[in-house]
Design a protein around this ligand. Structure first.
Ligand SMILES: NC(=O)c1ccc[n+]([C@@H]2O[C@H](COP(=O)([O-])OP(=O)(O)OC[C@H]3O[C@@H](n4cnc5c(N)ncnc54)[C@H](O)[C@@H]3O)[C@@H](O)[C@H]2O)c1
Ligand SMILES: O=C(O)C(=O)C[C@@H](O)[C@H](O)[C@H](O)COP(=O)(O)O
Length: 545
């Protein structure tokens, strides 16, 4: 018979791929996903197709992908959540063994988690989910030969229900596929050791991690404050609602986006909200957002009642690999970047990779600067992975995304585990930041952090080269790799006097002595103290536009 053995339809997050792969293994056939076909054809993730070309264009690509797959794929086929919206696709599915995998709304929001990042659920996931399902349920039912509820069932049980309902013959497991069922892989757990009297904690990297929050918050807390940026208003509200559903008195505090959140006025606004809510020492703050948000959330946690527990839920690459890990919290002042703050480690960090799907590309790329930094100061495999596929490194669906993020977190975790308060080793994490922070201040904090750090790293590499420490090839490698992912390499030449002034308040300075992190080679960071002003100027000449 031509056409697929089974076609799975149903909303995003219902488990079509998990069940589909499992089913294919049980039936001794292969699995195909039309979302993957669309991504392969467009050469970019679905969120970007929506963002760049709009939903209509995406649906046209999807219609073609479904028609091709139905014509040529004999195994298990799964369709994107919205494929049934298209009338032509529905006609094509008539008569095929289509299975609708259903789940209820609460379960959907729990499973998709911070997949509020998904293009159609960017705001208010719970309400939108309900509306989405109201609009689509009858279409799923129209095309389906059978409906299988997934809510209470394991993927194995769902697969069995499909085999039974369609009376499918079980076959030999396909080569290389274990016929043991596809349990969801758990998150990667990276340990950060306690240091300088702080408690140890874990950084979790994976998907659908919000279920971990109540356990991290613990039983002693009555109140939870969820701090989130304006851009994630509905995600913040969904997290608050979930915590309220668990019995916490949960409030959401909305912060401005990006660096505008890192001010004393915003911190004071948070203190006021905590005071009015009666926040006590056993209550907990949750920071959901990028590095700016988690820096403020951590600072508010450090300063309220001289310290309450907090949990970081980073939603940007930079937040995951750097800002949310290590307990540096703080705000900017008119005089400089991060000048007020505290070392106050979180009780846990949840890096839900689904959140990255909605991140604008320039924010994603900004995070690549800190990943590349981790490569230069400690883990050259990171550099190799980025160089092997710079385009992929710029997207959440790149082949090495999870590995790049995890490796960078491990670099940071190892350093802060032994030197929380920056008594020595931790300074290496500041590679590229001395000039980077000076540029950020000069730009009145309108630039993305990673863009400034990128130029700062090229400058530091040139400084290392001119100081006779770093070889030419490694210095040049900074330029090629940073440029390959779309980061800037140069800044305005006439700004040097201002930048020099800004650098004097860098936290690594001692008295009048400027101090920079430079490299003796890859993975060999060191401190360069009080370089000759002429050498500094010459290094700046190399990054001047
Ligand atoms: N504490 C540390 O150790 C440390 C380390 C590195 C950087 N930082 C700080 O982190 C900050 C930069 O963090 P960042 O790069 O994450 O930027 P950011 O927090 O400014 O976020 C960038 C933008 O993306 C939005 N956003 C966040 N998550 C999103 C998502 N999933 N989808 C769509 N939009 C989203 C934000 O609202 C913001 O507008 C800087 O202030 C920097 O100083 C701190
Ligand atoms: O965690 C650290 O230590 C770092 O230096 C990491 C940096 O990437 C980060 O930007 C940090 O906020 C800079 O700290 P600062 O002490 O120079 O403000």
């Amino acid at each position: 018979m031509s056409g697929p053995l089974v076609v799975l339809v149903g909303p995003m997050g219902v488990g079509k791929s998990t069940v589909g792969e499992l089913l294919a293994a049980r039936l001794g056939t292969t699995y195909r996903d039309t979302d993957a076909d669309v991504v392969a054809e467009a050469g970019k993730p679905i969120a970007e197709i929506f963002y760049d070309e709009g939903e209509e264009h995406f649906r046209a690509l999807e219609r073609r992908a479904v028609a091709t797959a139905v014509a040529e794929h004999p195994g298990v086929l799964s369709l994107g959540g919205g494929a049934v919206l298209d009338g032509t696709t529905r006609e094509l599915l008539a008569g095929l063994p289509v299975v609708y995998l259903s789940m209820d709304v609460d379960e959907a929001v729990r499973r998709v988690g911070l997949g509020a990042a998904r293009p159609l659920l960017a705001v208010n996931p719970r309400r939108q989910w309900r509306e989405l399902m109201d609009a689509r349920r009858h279409l799923y039912e129209e095309v389906a030969r059978t409906v299988v509820a997934t809510d209470e069932n394991t993927p194995e049980e769902v697969a069995q229900a499909i085999i039974d309902a369609l009376e499918l013959p079980e076959g030999q497991a396909a080569p290389g596929v274990e016929n043991t069922g596809m349990t969801q892989q758990g998150p990667t757990r990276i340990q950060v050791a306690g240091s300088a009297g702080s408690d140890p904690y874990e950084v979790l990297v994976g998907h659908q991690l919000l279920g971990e929050l109540p356990q991290l918050i613990g039983d002693r807390a009555r109140r939870v404050a969820v701090l989130h940026p304006e851009a994630l208003a509905e995600t913040g509200e969904a997290v608050r609602q979930d915590l309220a559903d668990q019995g916490y008195e949960a409030i959401a505090i909305q912060l401005p986006n990006a660096e505008e959140a890192k001010t004393v006025e915003v911190a004071a606004y948070c203190w006021k909200a905590l005071g009015q809510t009666g926040f006590t020492r056993t209550d907990v703050i949750v920071g959901v957002g990028g590095g700016a948000t988690t820096d403020v959330a951590g600072f508010v946690a450090a300063s309220w009642l001289r310290g309450v527990r907090w949990i970081a839920v980073p939603t940007t690459v930079l937040g995951m690999v750097d800002a949310a890990v290590g307990g540096k919290t703080g705000i900017n002042t008119a005089e400089g970047k991060n000048l007020v703050g505290a070392f106050h480690p979180p009780a846990g960090v949840l890096c839900d990779l689904a959140a990255l799907e909605s991140l604008p590309v320039h924010d994603y790329v900004s995070g690549m600067a800190e990943i590349i930094k981790a490569g230069f100061i400690a883990d050259p495999v990171i550099l190799d992975l980025v160089e092997a596929d710079p385009e992929g490194a710029r997207t959440p669906s790149g082949p090495h995304t999870a590995e790049l993020i995890e490796r960078s977190i491990r670099v940071k975790a190892e350093v802060v585990s032994s030197d929380l308060k920056e008594s020595g080793l931790r300074e290496i994490l500041n590679y590229g930041h001395t000039l980077g922070h000076a540029i950020e201040k000069n730009e009145r904090y309108k630039w993305r952090h990673g863009a400034a750090v990128s130029i700062g790293m090229v400058f530091a590499a040139e400084l290392g080269r001119l100081a006779g420490r770093l070889d030419d090839a490694t210095a040049d490698r900074h330029r090629t790799i940073l440029e390959s992912v779309g980061l800037p390499l140069a800044y305005r030449g006439d700004q040097w006097p201002k930048l020099l002034e800004n650098m004097k308040v860098d936290k690594k300075s001692r008295g009048d002595l400027l101090r920079f992190i430079v490299l003796d080679g890859i993975g060999k960071p060191t401190v360069l103290e009080g370089p000759d002003p002429a050498v500094l100027l010459a290094a700046y000449g190399e990054v001047s536009a």
